[in-house]
Design a protein around this ligand. Sequence first.
Ligand code: ADP
Ligand code: MG
Length: 682
Amino acid sequence: MNQYLNQSVTVIKGIGEETAETLAEMKIVTIQDLLEYFPYRYEDYRLRDLAEVDHEEKVTVEGKVHSEPSLAYYGGKKSKLTFRLLVGRYLIKVVFFNQPYLKKKLAMNETITVTGKWDVHRQTITANELQLGFNTKQHDFEPVYSLKGRLTTKGMRKFIRLAFQQFGHFIEETLPVTMLQKYRLQGRREAIRAMHFPQNQEDLKQARRRFVYEEFLLFQLKMQGLRKFEREHSPGINQNFHLKSVERFISSLPFPLTNAQKRVVNEILTDMRSPYRMNRLLQGDVGSGKTVVAGIGLYASVTAGFQGALMAPTEILAEQHAAGLKQLLEPFSVRCELLTSSIKGKRRGEILEELANGNVDILIGTHALIQDEVSFKRLGLVITDEQHRFGVAQRRILREKGENPDVLFMTATPIPRTLAITVFGEMDVSIIDEMPAGRKTIETYWAKPEMLERVLAFVEKELVKGHQAYVICPLIEESDKLDVQNAIDVHAALSQYFQHRYRVGLMHGRLNSEEKDSVMKAFSTNEVQVLVSTTVVEVGVNVPNATIMVVYDAERFGLSQLHQLRGRVGRGSDQSYCILLASPKSEEGQERMRIMTETNDGFVLSEKDLELRGPGDFFGKKQSGIPEFKVADMVHDYRALETARNDAAILIQSQYFWSSPEYGFLRKRLEESGILAGEKLD
Ligand code: ADP
Ligand code: MG
């Protein structure tokens, strides 16, 4: 940036060595850092009618002292000063803790202004600030910063005010004038002033709007820049597949493709044939038919003389994919093999050898599949299933394996649009937004745990028809900390309940893979009718005869996860049911249960989930590559995000962007990010 703003904060009067050190801990080193250290909230000094103030909200009121202030000491040095205040037509109580010296400043019938927290029930303000006379705050809002060490709010306000007075005129514009005009955005200097010292709510809103756009635009320029760079610099392969064979394969399927499937197949095949390396995300709700689409892509790759790989997050899922793909592809003389960590010894050696010499066409497995010992002869297409929990960096690692294969990521967790264009912003996205015809929606009910007996009777009605049931529990074993149902206990109780009538199996993540395998097999062959399980069955498992699912402690799951779980039923032609056993205490929890009973649409649920839980929690605990913004909030500011993305996509492609001085600053930031040199995005 410029030399003036690059000076150390110590040029500000009042900032000495010690303060500078504390500021450095807060990553504030230069004047610019200081100016861009925005408040995390504002003290609201607007005078308001108490009738409109919520319980526990902060408020400033003017009034007349209406009783002699009384001061009481307690617990040694602690004190409480109490008096009545007439505010318009309300007579309220005001309390100041531990400021005994205020007593002598207060006199009956004098006008004062107090700021504090409003207790609706007690009609009391617990005050922390007193002004004698009318409210003299010049601004409605005063900034509050998150601080360290001995810094105080007052001090920080002063430093920033000084910095702005002395150096404000050096602040340079970063956005091009055309954009400022187009969106009527505040200039950067003006916006920085307003972030710290807003004159009113509108002023603050405009400042925020400007920075939201700036942050999103820069971020999207990086994403689009990365995408462009990878397209142009990572040599892809031309997969010249045999179109006639692919068409024959598609018409051999037992059903016609849905329009959505046709569309995404086209998108994928176009990428595969292009000289670019495909980097595509395929989204489709549970049961929308992604597997077939994957199969078509893999088959196309084989007809082009390449090998394909399909990577799944769990062994169970890998096995299911292997079985499904073998059934689809082997009639077309495509050799599919499964590779997981439980395939060992001679068999493993054989597969690896056959793979290396090109006799195996398609390899299906867990992430063991991209380890060093696995080498393909001519890998053309890598498909990963349910890898949405990985961030940008991990996605790149995968792409760097092999000889620049095309890569397709599949996910059944519908990703809200805002996250799709941030977390997956550097990828192309295909969406299957249509279900195969004739699917029945799963009827979902929310029941209180007290209704368990009735719920079990309902389950039994399904079992009597020859159907099967899933029972899902949040934990494996009993835990002292959490009062939640656990798979082992529930398994014991249900075995007792259904004894001599139905067999009850148990499935959880601590079983070894052989045990898991035999449980799953028993369930899929209907030797076991009721499967008690933790969320390991969450992804992909397919037993069409299962028509009912009961979820214990359902409030402990997020919407997306519940939707995933629910997708295990409703996979056949019979009506299916999902019963959520829950007594959520929070309103948010109740809201989640209600939404589940109201919609089967994964995209609707995912948007709702994001709204309720926020972006940080959306993908669960694992690293997810969600970017952090200073001012912007991708959930609430999603419109700005979309606008910025569209602008960035156009800019990156335009000659004007790369040459016009108007875009100099944005270009520079893009260069500094290292993306244009192919460095990794963190
Ligand atoms: P996903 O992987 O998206 O959850 P699947 O690929 O497992 O879904 O498909 C779910 C079921 O729907 C499978 O039994 C599959 O054979 C079937 N299916 C897929 N596409 C169609 C279609 N176009 N018409 C009818 N059934 C389909
Ligand atoms: Mg290609």
